[in-house]
Design a binder for this molecule. Structure first.
Ligand SMILES: NC(=O)C1=CN([C@@H]2O[C@H](COP(=O)(O)OP(=O)(O)OC[C@H]3O[C@@H](n4cnc5c(N)ncnc54)[C@H](O)[C@@H]3O)[C@@H](O)[C@H]2O)C=CC1
Ligand SMILES: O=C([O-])CC(=O)C(=O)O
Length: 329
């Protein structure tokens, strides 16, 4: 019996994400929350002949009912970018949305695995963590920033270049989820020697700024929704498989490094002690983060990318943490 709540379920990501989750036999209750339109989305999805029950909840008065007893809460609520904006520009609006949803989760589903999609992920994950701390229900192993779209993009773009079937290309992507903080470790991908330095630099840039490609193509109508729904569902379903069905699965995800101090030592050797959060390969299990796995050896080119990322991430993390410290909860 696994209850999953999607917050922001009527949105561009929320709807296709919920559609994919509705197809899983591992979910018994799919609870859809938004400030608009969830009765319609829920009625529509509830006609699909899979076993999970679908409920729709709209507006703050129904947030408690939506979230209570959830095993997994997925949050793609908030505004997306328009051309010319950075993810950090979304902080002004999305920070309070995520804070308030996290507050409801801390009160009514304190053991839920929290999967945060809303941008800027580098800051929204610390926001959720700080809210859970304030309510004394914090467990760093249960809060995840969903960076799976970066991994999905890396497979696709590298696969195209080296002539491999994209789904077979596994490339770790570590760091954060914005521009220069996105660090694809391409030197560890079999087939890497086929790339010229020029191709390597271009594909690295494309992975780091893949989100901008979609924002530009959508021309004011938002950012990635369908590929994000695919990636978000992959992460949530893998987490469910590992946490509730005993499967051994690894995903790169943005977590608090203290969720496995021992395991994080390898990453710390490279990034130092300045950052609390970093996307790393995580072995998922019954408690969420079972262990943090080594990020492996970096090429000199990748080492160069790391130094740029650390300063930006540090600022993003502090911004999220300070926001909750200054909030009345
Ligand atoms: N982590 C990642 O890789 C990615 C993250 N995103 C982020 O996901 C977020 C959502 O993007 P879209 O679905 O395209 O936006 P959207 O505008 O299509 O949908 C957002 C939904 O959130 C709802 N919402 C607003 N305030 C809410 C609240 N207080 N409680 C519950 N729901 C609320 C809206 O009513 C809307 O239905 C954005 O912040 C975007 O930047 C987008 C793509 C990739
Ligand atoms: O670019 C954006 O704003 C949305 C996003 O996070 C992505 O597509 O990676």
């Amino acid at each position: 019996m696994v209850k999953v709540t999607v917050c922001g379920a009527a949105g561009g990501i929320g709807q296709p994400l919920s559609l994919i989750l509705k197809q899983s036999s591992k979910i018994s209750h799919l609870s859809l929350y938004d400030i608009v339109n969830t009765p319609g989305v829920a009625a529509d999805l509830s006609h699909i002949n899979t076993q999970s029950k679908v409920t729709g909840h709209v507006g703050n008065d129904q947030l408690k009912d939506a979230i209570i007893g959830s095993d997994v809460v997925v949050i793609p609520a908030g505004v997306p970018r328009k051309p010319g904006m950075t993810r950090d520009d979304l902080f002004k609006i999305n920070a309070s949305i995520v804070r308030d949803l996290a507050t409801a989760a801390a009160k009514y589903a304190p053991k839920a695995f929290m999967c945060i999609i809303s941008n800027p992920v580098n800051s929204t994950v610390p926001i959720v963590a700080e809210v859970f701390k304030k309510y004394n229900v914090y467990d760093p192993r249960r809060i995840f920033g969903v960076t799976t779209l970066d991994i999905v993009r890396a497979s696709t773009f590298i696969g195209e270049l080296i002539g491999a079937e994209p789904s077979t290309v596994a490339c770790k992507v570590v760091g954060g989820h914005s521009g220069h903080t996105i660090l694809p470790l391409i030197s560890q991908v079999p087939g890497y020697p086929k790339l010229t330095q020029d191709q390597l630099e271009k594909v690295t840039h494309r992975i780091q700024f893949g989100g901008d490609e979609v924002v530009k193509a959508k021309n004011g109508a938002g950012s990635a929704t369908l590929s994000m729904a695919y990636a978000g569902a992959r992460f949530a379903l893998n987490l469910i498989d590992a946490a509730f069905y005993g499967k051994q699965l690894v995903e790169c995800t943005y977590v608090q490094l203290d969720s496995d101090k021992q395991g994080a030592q390898d990453t710390r050797r490279i990034i130092g002690n300045e950052l609390e959060y970093f996307s790393v390969p995580v072995a998922l299990g019954p408690n969420g983060v079972e262990s943090i796995l080594p990020i492996g050896t970096l090429s000199p080119f990748e080492q160069g990318l790391f130094s740029k990322a650390v300063t930006e991430l540090k600022g993003n993390i502090a911004k999220g943490t300070n926001f909750v410290a200054e909030s009345k909860l």
